[in-house]
Design a protein around this ligand. Structure first.
Ligand SMILES: *[C@@H]1O[C@H](CO)[C@@H](O)[C@H](O)[C@H]1NC(C)=O
Ligand SMILES: *[C@@H]1O[C@H](CO)[C@@H](O)[C@H](O)[C@H]1NC(C)=O
Length: 431
């Protein structure tokens, strides 16, 4: 049976975001005119819909998830480790117990990037650029759940969600005083790790760094740094969910995502924090793309990704700027409405993804789950992580695959057959 998630009222919600908050924060946007503001809000709306559980109609049958409060990192201020707007960064921690008392799971939050002064100024008025706007508590589901029946291998670990408020995958380090912008992702990462060490992570005997989307990219960028925080006797691995952003051509032959990443890397001084093994022979923007990093990461890494990643289809392959006539609109909203040439384009994208992971997958310590779905972020959502009808490859779901790899139970290198062979997908379909 094909499970389809319907995001209700897609068009109305994006418009709704623009209309309903149009005047609210306007006073603080001296540097933006209204039209520019609406472009940013549109972008934010799309991101939220693709990345946020809240945008998906909840299943009423599920039990109420654990809610975990936000803690601000007080020590961060003296280290200049602040969000875009200068507020303190924060995290949510739920303590482990029993056999998980000395095991730590760190989940880096995702949420796109800001690549221009304008988009970063806009971000300051959202939870992705300021802790003033962060939820005071958030649900812990999927890999963060505290219930064995929802999260069999990690439920009793110490589980942390580190909030994302820098706009450069926790890896920039600069500021712009004129625009009152702080680009301190790398410092936030370091301050957070110090804080968690002091809360008991220093005694960890097992640790897993994870993250989805921009956070999945961050978990790749910081994977070896994370490993180096611990003694050799600690088992340390990294999981990147929907972080395999490809340096791919868009539908008009342009390089939409590359141009955006170039903006992020230059604006936020990311270069100095990128792996030296890469920047010694490639330009910094290329070194922000996982395909140029993953083969050289020393720490065991698991890549979980949809081969037809819904975010990349929307924002990298067929954004409005690359498809001004909207030929891709139907296909972007619902994979069933792609015509055969569009499917061919998407198959080619999948082939690029398979090529990108070739060397990476030769290493026995690495893990892989590439399913042929139109999804984005499958470890944080309960329905995709571990439920009766969760996505499978060769009869094995995502939670079991990640657990098998982390605990060295069996090798996991799961690559799905090409679309439309997989009937277990939870495809994102927008109305
Ligand atoms: C800092 O921001 C201002 C806009 O407020 C911009 O004109 C300037 O170019 C920025 N500086 C750098 C180095 O990006
Ligand atoms: C698919 O749609 C695109 C855009 O509308 C069009 O250019 C192309 O010819 C179509 N392909 C087929 C096989 O119908």
């Amino acid at each position: 049976m094909k499970a389809t998630l319907t995001v209700l009222g897609y068009v109305c919600c994006v418009v709704g975001i623009v209309l309903s908050t149009g005047s609210e924060h306007h006073a603080s946007f001296e540097e933006l005119n209204l039209k520019e503001l609406e472009i940013e809000k549109d972008r934010e709306g799309l991101l939220s819909l693709v990345e946020n559980d809240a945008a998906v109609s909840p299943k009423p049958s599920l039990p109420k998830p654990l809610m975990v409060p936000l803690t601000l990192i007080q020590r961060a201020a003296s280290q200049g480790a602040v969000c875009l707007d200068g507020t303190l960064p924060g995290y949510h921690l739920h303590s482990g117990y029993g056999s998980g008392a000395n095991s730590w799971l760190i989940q880096l939050e995702g949420g796109g990037w800001c690549n221009t002064i304008r988009s970063c100024i806009y971000r300051k008025t959202t939870r992705r650029g300021s802790s003033n706007y962060m939820e005071k508590q958030i649900p812990f589901t999927g890999i963060l759940s505290n219930k064995a029946e929802e999260n069999p291998d990690f439920f009793n670990w110490n589980r942390v969600k580190l909030r994302y408020c820098d706009g450069a995958s926790f890896s920039g380090d600069d500021e712009n005083e004129t625009a009152k912008l702080n680009f301190r992702g790398q410092r936030i990462w370091l301050a957070a790790m110090q804080e968690l060490m002091s809360k008991g992570m220093q005694n960890a005997n097992q640790a897993l760094l994870s993250g989805c989307s921009a956070g999945g990219l961050a978990s790749i960028l910081h994977c070896d740094e994370f490993r180096d925080l611990f003694p050799k006797t600690t088992k340390v691995k990294c999981l990147s969910d929907a972080g395999l952003f490809l340096d791919a051509a868009d539908v008009s032959g342009g390089r939409t995502l590359r141009n955006m990443f170039e903006g992020v890397v230059n604006l936020q001084e990311v270069k100095k924090n990128l792996p030296k093994t890469c920047v010694n022979y490639l330009d910094p923007t290329s070194c922000f793309f996982p395909q140029n990093l993953i083969a050289n990461i020393k720490t065991p890494l698991f890549l979980l990704n949809a081969a037809y990643d819904a975010w990349q289809l929307q924002a990298s392959l067929a954004p409005r700027s690359a498809d001004p006539s909207g030929y891709w609109d139907d296909c972007k909203l619902n994979h069933a409405r792609c015509n055969s040439s569009q499917i061919q384009f998407l198959q080619d994208f999948r082939n690029q993804m398979l090529h990108a992971i070739r060397d990476f997958s030769r290493s026995s310590q690495n893990g892989l789950f590439l399913n042929s779905c139109f999804a984005h972020c499958q470890s944080e959502r309960q329905d995709t992580w571990f439920a009766d009808d969760s996505p499978l490859i060769a009869n094995k779901g995502i939670a079991e695959s990640v657990g098998d790899w982390y605990f060295d139970r069996v090798d996991v290198k799961a690559i799905d057959c090409a679309y439309p062979c997989d009937s277990t997908c939870h495809n994102l379909v927008f109305k």
